[in-house]
Design a protein around this ligand. Sequence first.
Ligand SMILES: Cc1cc2nc3c(=O)[nH]c(=O)nc-3n(C[C@H](O)[C@H](O)[C@H](O)COP(=O)(O)OP(=O)(O)OC[C@H]3O[C@@H](n4cnc5c(N)ncnc54)[C@H](O)[C@@H]3O)c2cc1C
Length: 389
Amino acid sequence: MVDFELSGEQKAACKMAHEFALNEMRPVALECDKEGKIPEDLIKKAAAAGLTSVAIPDEYGGGGLDQVTASMVSEELFWGCAGIATTLGANSLASTPMLISANEEQKKEYFPRLCDPENPKFAAFCLTEPGAGSDAAALATTVQEQGDHFILNGQKCFITNGGIADFYTVFATYDKEKKYGGIGAFIVDRSWDGVSIGKHEDKMGIRASDTSEVIFDNVKVPKENLLVPMGQGFYNVMQTLDLTRASVAAAGVGVARAAFEEALKYSKERVQFGRPIIAQQAINFMLADMAMKIEAGRRLYQLAGWKAWKELPCSLESSYAKAFCGDVAMEVTINAVQIHGGYGYMKEYLVEKLMRDAKIMQIYEGTAQIQRLVIGANLMGVTDAYPWN
Ligand SMILES: Cc1cc2nc3c(=O)[nH]c(=O)nc-3n(C[C@H](O)[C@H](O)[C@H](O)COP(=O)(O)OP(=O)(O)OC[C@H]3O[C@@H](n4cnc5c(N)ncnc54)[C@H](O)[C@@H]3O)c2cc1C
């Protein structure tokens, strides 16, 4: 039997996240989007409620949620506001390389920082560079061993929470010629000499989140902060993304669901040609497609999360979910604007923001094309996600 019933813990986690999204995030979402600002008081409340540390094991003070429940929480928070939810969720991405590879001392030192309800800190995942996006193996941030430490040099871009993080999980190469075979990873404190923040990006959507450049200029990294040794860093990246993509897919479902609900309500209220527009078959079928795809997306991300939780290979399902839900988020929000007609184009209607927010779901943590590349490679019997290397 396949069981679709949620457990008591899952229902409670979703209810709590939904109430937070409804009562705390929705009231400030439009203003934060307009100003491009992170609501600090709200972030503190979210941290106190455990919403910035859902994936950290409970022995370090985190929520210890499995990937299915964490993804369902993500759906609720992204329903509330995709920008604020991106800020809250980035710790999960940054801490996953550590969940995979950190030793006990590193976990004890860094995880509790993310779980402190009084003084919550953030971490950021530093992979992307100006010359290395989809082709992450082309990264040019270098690391050199010098006695009891490493020297880190390079520039990361588009880093979520880069400007507000307390520490970073950083991927760098010992030897660029070796491509993915030369990559390792490090835990780097923001306070260390040589770490600085560059440009803060002014974005189309998810504007209540910080996206920044992070620069490493001759940063001295102690040996105990080596997270993944040379040659294994790229596999840590691949494993990390396999484990986190269910949550990003769930984020797409959350944004799509928000847009669908707005469109459904509006279509029942808006009267043209003597009847509510939902009674027009063209609109009615559009809503039917939206409802169907949201439900299908939810099942896909739950499957990916379930496989991750069971420690089964989940690369394929994670890519199915990330690609499908990203596309659903875009399609549903575009159609929600369409159903609102001219009003949907106006900033006072939520669907305008949702359409801008949705676009990122097809870009970050692997673009829509890269997900298809993983799926296509699998169809050819190539399980290495980067067959061209
Ligand atoms: C708001 C935001 C937040 C982000 N947060 C983080 C973060 O926290 N940490 C981090 O490390 N990165 C982060 N990123 C970076 C993000 O993961 C990359 O932008 C993304 O992986 C794409 O890389 P790129 O922008 O360099 O695009 P490119 O790789 O240059 O791609 C450009 C286009 O070419 C396509 N393309 C590239 N290669 C292929 C191929 N082989 N086959 C088919 N099509 C291809 C892409 O799909 C895309 O359409 C963030 C990005 C944004 C916009």
